[in-house]
Write a protein that binds this ligand. Structure first.
Ligand code: SAT
Ligand code: MN
Length: 588
């Protein structure tokens, strides 16, 4: 390895962190196997049943370290304005001093691992290379599942000094000194005192969204919190969409959905390209093309089962790491709430305590417990995952968890209206972020926690992209989560969501009409295919598509409050204000 910039940077980290030893991750199975052995010996990993879950392990995090910590996540730009009103900010010099103090000697007596990895296909011109140093074997093994890792990445980098720098030290996991920090102007990420996925697998949210969103702004592309899937119709044509939902709102389930029987019989198939992140670029043909820069899934375990997502279970059938789920001591397998109705009786819960699923009052798995699984394990993985060009996107979809207000689906009138629809997205919070669950918050494009710059400028970037894409995808909004008066979900969701995607695709290819309403184009109720769907009548669909103007007017008040946050820096695009005014007028 002769890349001077890499060597110097790694040396500097070692001088500060003072590890006992430095190990470069070469990507070889021998090296991973030795690391697994070591992690087993310290209890960092627990081996699972080699027949039922070959190559798979359980990991338990510290009790205070189970989700992303948005209040401790910072964007440190020289000018505060560039971080914007929705990000925590601190002056870069001040933050560097703080981090240096925390990092000083943080790896004394332990090993520092150096992980060279690529986001995207390493050989593709769109790939971006990162180097993460870490003191955690769990991170090394998880990065191996989630990204493309090894010496070959350094070969591809050659003597190019351009790489994304990531530093992670578990240190003592103290929550008061936990920081997840980004310096976009230096392409640098620093993380300390956490061991949880989104805080420490630095290729994921930190790089592929926060840093990459800045690169996209500068280079004319987009990094989005979106799944990517392809729908193959009976003619064998595959049409692709990308969809943004906040964390733990079912992106993984939608990305791997199993078509309902009536669709299967007709010959429909769904192909998963990605479940969390899309990098979108304009192709030579004037369409928007998407790649999934990741190589694995970091999915929410609870609620995943043979009905909700058999393909996720397939993905985790081997070579996976489970975090904070239940360990069944009878056969060394794992369990979580919603897997089946048979909780193990002789088990250990996510906290490491004896747990009897038949009598326990408390959940055995943490609500944000996760699986880390290789994408290539997925039974419906798209071969296009390995295509450097990516896939052409016909539809962009926004969605969130809304008990009322948002209808099952609507289409924006045009690109700019679609950007407005994305900007007013809201969702009830989940266990994926530390803090209260179930509170409605505005989460534009599901990027609120992941946009690496001023969100007003980010909206402008979306508007600018619209002027450059000759054949732009159409933009939609969906809501699978509407509740009836008893608090029950009205729409069955999961595989049946294909019925809605089917309408969306028909719209994209001008195969079906729509009703024009105040919020956008909506399906004629009879055009939502409910064939073979029990418990859902035409009247149910009408209800799901109904628009309560009073609720929307309440929402507008909240949107105005959210937009007002941008006044301080004056970055909210005029176009969005105009869209809001026009919407208000349409509501009457
Ligand atoms: O831990 S992650 O941030 O990667 C998962 C999520 O919250 O979306
Ligand atoms: Mn996510």
């Amino acid at each position: 390895m002769a890349n001077k910039a890499v060597l110097e940077w790694v040396d500097r980290q070692a001088d500060l962190l003072k590890p006992a030893e430095i190990v470069w991750i070469d990507g070889s199975e021998e090296q991973y196997e030795a690391l697994r052995k070591q992690a087993l010996s310290t209890g960092e990993l627990i081996a699972l049943n080699p027949e039922k879950l070959p190559g798979s392990y359980l990991h338990r995090s510290a009790l205070n370290d189970v989700a992303r910590v948005e209040d401790r996540t910072y964007i440190c730009t020289p000018d505060r304005k560039d971080a914007g009103p929705t990000n925590n900010w601190l002056d870069p010099d001040e933050m560097k001093a703080k981090m240096d103090a925390l990092y000083d000697g943080a790896m004394t007596g332990v090993t520092m691992y150096v992980i060279p990895y690529a986001m995207g296909l390493p050989d593709s011109p769109f790939a971006k290379i990162g180097i993460e140093v870490t003191d955690s074997i769990y991170v090394v093994l998880s990065m191996h599942i989630m990204t493309r890792v090894g010496s070959r990445i350094l070969d591809i980098l050659g003597d190019n000094p351009d790489f994304i720098k990531g530093v992670h030290a578990k240190k003592d996991l103290s929550a008061e000194d936990r920081y997840i920090v980004h310096f976009p102007q230096d392409n640098t990420i620093e993380s300390v005192n956490s061991g949880y996925g989104g805080n420490v697998l630095l290729g994921k949210k930190c790089f592929a969204l926060r840093i990459a969103s800045c690169l996209g702004r500068d280079e004319g592309w987009m990094a989005e919190h979106m799944l990517i899937l392809g729908i193959e119709n009976p003619q064998g044509e595959v049409r692709y969409l990308a969809a943004a939902f906040p964390s733990a709102c079912g992106k993984t389930n939608l990305a791997m959905l199993v078509p309902p029987e009536v669709y299967k019989k007709k010959g429909y198939k769904v192909w998963c390209v990605g479940d969390d992140i899309a990098w979108l670029r304009i192709g030579d043909d004037g369409r928007l093309w998407a790649v999934n820069p990741e190589y694995g899934f970091f999915g929410v375990a609870p609620g995943t089962n043979a009905r909700s997502n058999p393909n996720a279970l397939g993905s985790t059938s081997k070579n996976s790491i489970f975090t904070n789920v239940v360990l069944n001591l009878d056969d060394d397998t794992v369990w979580w709430e919603g897997l089946d109705k048979n909780p193990p009786e002789n088990a250990i819960d996510w906290k490491g305590n004896p747990w009897d699923g038949k009598t326990a009052g408390e959940a055995g798995a943490h609500p944000n417990s996760r699986f880390t699984a290789p994408a290539l394990n997925c039974p419906c993985i798209s071969p296009e995952l390995e295509n450097p060009r990516g896939v052409p996107i016909s539809a962009l979809i926004f969605g969130g968890r809304r008990a009322k207000t948002a209808p099952l689906v609507y289409q924006s009138f045009d690109w700019n209206h679609g950007v407005f629809v994305g900007s007013i997205m809201a969702s009830e919070t989940t266990a994926a972020q530390a803090g209260a669950v179930g509170v409605v918050r505005r989460d534009p494009m599901a990027m609120l926690p992941f946009c690496g710059y001023n969100m007003g400028d980010y909206f402008q970037h979306w508007l600018n992209m619209g002027t450059k894409i000759k054949n732009p995808p159409k933009i939609f909004n969906v809501n699978w989560f509407r509740l009836d008066d008893e608090g029950q979900f009205i729409w069955p969701g999961f595989g049946d969501n294909l019925r809605v995607l089917d309408w969306i695709m028909a719209r994209c290819f001008d195969e079906i009409g729509a009703d024009t309403t105040a919020v956008g184009f909506m399906p004629k109720p009879e055009n939502v295919n409910i064939e073979g769907l029990e418990g859902v009548s035409l009247d149910t669909v009408k209800g799901l598509l109904s628009i309560d103007k009073a609720l929307w007017k309440e929402d507008i008040a909240d949107i105005k409050n959210f937009y007002a946050k941008f006044d301080e820096f004056g970055t909210l695009p005029e176009e969005l204000r105009a869209q809001l005014a026009a919407f208000e007028q349409r509501l009457g």
